[in-house]
Design a protein around this ligand. Structure first.
Ligand code: AMP
Ligand code: ZN
Length: 158
């Protein structure tokens, strides 16, 4: 018998990572754009990456860059593919620079961090003088020695 769990109405849910990633890919809106199952305003494409305009932009010209292979977050994507994706981010930023006064590059990982589409993507947001968009950055403080503790913790995983 194949591994996995049978659920009513859902059929067989695979237990392997490959099975789950196929299910996620099939439901992924960005994978549907890659497969041209839904339309998008594409601005650039190469063998491994795609750039298109965000349907609901912060400012007009707001672009998204994605790898053509489905990975959810920046920590899950293979390094070579991430390098290609970042190269495309720079290419698009250089183009967007010509229609803006500045650029924000944003990249959200996991729902808690604002990721709505679980396919790794970079936002290239053209910024214009007086565009009224404010990043709601807040600033907290370290207590005594805390900065050293955080540095030690993070370094222990490198
Ligand atoms: P995030 O919150 O970082 O996951 O961003 C997802 C972005 O994808 C949002 O800015 C959406 O406006 C954008 N988006 C969602 N669906 C589409 C689509 N079909 N075409 C273009 N952009 C999309
Ligand atoms: Zn996907």
């Amino acid at each position: 018998m194949k591994p996995g769990i049978t659920l009513p109405r859902h059929g067989r849910i695979p237990s392997s990572n490959l099975g789950w990633s196929i299910i996620k890919m099939e439901n992924c809106i960005f994978c549907k754009i890659i497969k041209e199952e839904i339309p998008a305003e594409k601005i650039y494409e190469d063998d491994s990456t795609l750039a298109f305009l965000d349907i609901s932009p912060v400012n007009k010209g707001h672009a998204l860059v994605i790898p053509k292979e489905h990975h959810e977050t920046i920590t899950e994507i293979p390094e070579e593919l991430l390098k290609n994706t970042i190269s495309t981010v720079q290419k698009i930023a250089k183009a967007v620079e010509n229609i803006s006064d500045g650029i924000n590059i944003m990249q959200n990982n996991k729902e808690i961090a604002g990721q709505v589409v679980p396919h790794v993507h970079f936002h290239i947001i053209p910024r214009l003088k007086d565009d009224g968009f404010k990043l709601n950055w807040r600033h907290t403080e370290y207590q005594k020695n805390e900065i050293k503790e955080f540095s030690k913790k993070i370094k222990s995983f490198l």
